[in-house]
Unconditional design. Structure first.
Length: 255
């Protein structure tokens, strides 16, 4: 008799593959092998002949990889590819963030050299490199940004935007997000505009935003452009809401 492990070695297969054949042809091999406790399984010469015959008849059952293993290997390769893509995307995002930070730093230093006391931040929501993780307006970096501005004797008087609250495109969530960043950045105002003759949309947007403005202590400024270059309409709108958190940005460059 020969140990199963030795037989497997002779045939160039694994112990597990031989064991699978024993299980598959259990009836035909009955009485031709013995399991001897911790010493493993022992095969008679007749059992070895039968096993060799089965291997020749169906070699794929022995030498081919298990289908599940093949599937898992393919999945691992797919995950490795996805990981590489994610790593590349991360590197690109980090490079974009660094580029934006370098540009912002250069602008801040220029403003300080020219003795400016404030800088305008326009359409911040369009520049994720400034608000995403690592950016100067991300919640984990804002404190450092405030210190940097203070050291340069600069302030941000408002977050100016092109958010048009007179259209049917709902921009309230964008404005609300900017108000949260403004509160964290110690910026007192967020600016919106109304370029279309649709005051129902304006009133709806302001009704939604003003409770948030009051909660955060950040005022909404409406530009005197578009429909509110008409001061009568502007006054009527302000009177309608009569809120300490709604005011006007006199935009003399865009009547």
């Amino acid at each position: 008799m020969i140990k199963l492990q030795d037989f497997a070695t002779q045939q160039g297969v694994t112990d597990r593959q031989v064991q699978r054949l024993l299980n598959k042809y259990e009836d035909e091999l009955a009485g031709l092998y013995q399991r001897k406790g911790p010493n493993g399984t022992w095969l008679t010469e007749e059992a070895c002949d039968i096993l060799r015959s089965k291997m020749r008849q169906a070699p794929a059952a022995i030498i081919e990889k298990d289908a599940r293993v093949t599937e898992l290997e393919a999945r691992v390769r797919e995950l490795e590819k996805m990981l590489a893509m994610a790593q590349n995307a991360t590197l690109e995002a980090q490079a974009a963030t660094q580029k934006a930070q370098d540009k912002a730093q250069a602008l801040l230093e220029a403003a300080a050299d020219m003795k400016f006391t404030g800088i305008e931040v326009y359409d911040l929501y369009k520049y994720p490199a400034l608000t995403d993780r690592g950016g100067p307006f991300h919640k984990h970096k804002i404190a450092a940004t405030i210190r940097q501005l203070r050291d340069l004797k600069l302030t941000i008087p408002c977050f100016d935007t092109s958010c048009d609250i007179s259209t049917n495109n709902d921009v309230t969530e964008t404005v609300r997000s900017l108000m949260e960043i403004a509160q964290n950045s110690h910026v007192p105002y967020v600016v919106v505009c109304a370029l279309s003759d649709n005051e129902d949309a304006v009133y709806s947007a302001l009704s939604s935003l003003l409770p948030t403005a009051q909660e955060l202590g950040v005022s909404i400024l409406v530009k005197t452009s578009g429909i509110y270059s008409d001061t009568t309409r502007l006054r009527n709108m302000l009177d309608r809401f009569a809120s300490d958190y709604l005011a006007v940005l006199w935009d003399i460059h865009h009547p």
